[in-house]
Design a protein around this ligand. Structure first.
Ligand code: ZN
Length: 231
């Protein structure tokens, strides 16, 4: 995972440090106490394995489509509300947003990870599945989107929903966690379907400042925030 920001991002910040600082502080103030901006990755699992976020069940009359009938999907109330608004806007544009997975507890994540290891082997599993404790899904702010009858999650990459989300999701506070071309930074292969709710101020901060090579990179912003708060 990246220890330093790409020169493009450093130059952008140096060009207008005052504005950056104002927007950074706004974003940080919006993200206290609800895992909104907690950095969770392979190196930094959640410290307290028993921590549970506040959760609300996803419901079928909220614009999105629940594409999982094995168990009840849940998200933090703020993430669910933002998902609701975003899915309604997609609907106005002739698309439906299907949700396959949302909050996962440690046991559910462990099961997924162990299955991935069995199916693909350790190395391949680690490129796309988090170990228990290290998944953004533990925050209650992450979602996996899907397509009806998909063969694999990767089908989402060529969908019109993904194209729309890539342009507009930030307006609703959502961010794609593992974009293409960023495996060395994020530790994960591209996952077009995996989105995390950061809240509007942080999603805008990511888009306006933490963009490199035309791609805004959530991981770089969360790492920066982590260093900023724990120097
Ligand atoms: Zn996911």
């Amino acid at each position: 995972m990246a220890e330093r920001l790409p020169p493009e991002i450093i130059a952008r910040i140096r060009n207008n440090p005052k504005l950056f600082l104002t927007e950074l502080k706004n974003a940080l103030a919006s993200g206290t106490g609800n895992f909104l901006l907690t950095l969770i990755d392979k190196k930094r699992p959640l410290p307290d394995r028993e921590t549970k976020p506040e959760l609300t069940p996803l419901a079928s009359n909220r614009g999105y489509v629940i594409d999982n009938h094995n168990y009840e999907l849940r998200l933090s109330p703020d993430a669910e509300a933002a998902l609701h608004s975003m899915a309604e806007e997609l609907q106005k544009n002739g698309m439906r947003l299907y949700v396959r997975s949302a909050y996962r507890d440690y046991a559910a994540q462990n099961l997924l990870y162990q299955n991935a290891v069995k199916t693909y082997g350790q190395a391949a599993a680690d490129r796309e599945s988090a170990r228990s404790g290290a998944s953004q899904h533990h925050t209650g702010n992450a979602c996996d989107f899907s397509l009806p009858g998909q063969k694999s999650y990767d089908d989402f990459t060529s969908s019109q929903q993904y194209r729309w989300l890539s342009e507009h999701a930030w307006e609703y506070g959502w961010s794609n966690s593992y974009p293409a071309g960023c495996e060395e930074i994020t530790g994960y292969r591209p996952e077009s379907w995996h989105w995390r709710y950061l809240g509007k101020p942080a999603a805008k901060l990511e888009r306006d400042w933490f963009t490199s090579g035309g791609q805004s990179i959530q991981q770089l912003m969360l790492e920066f925030m982590c260093r900023w708060q724990n120097p």
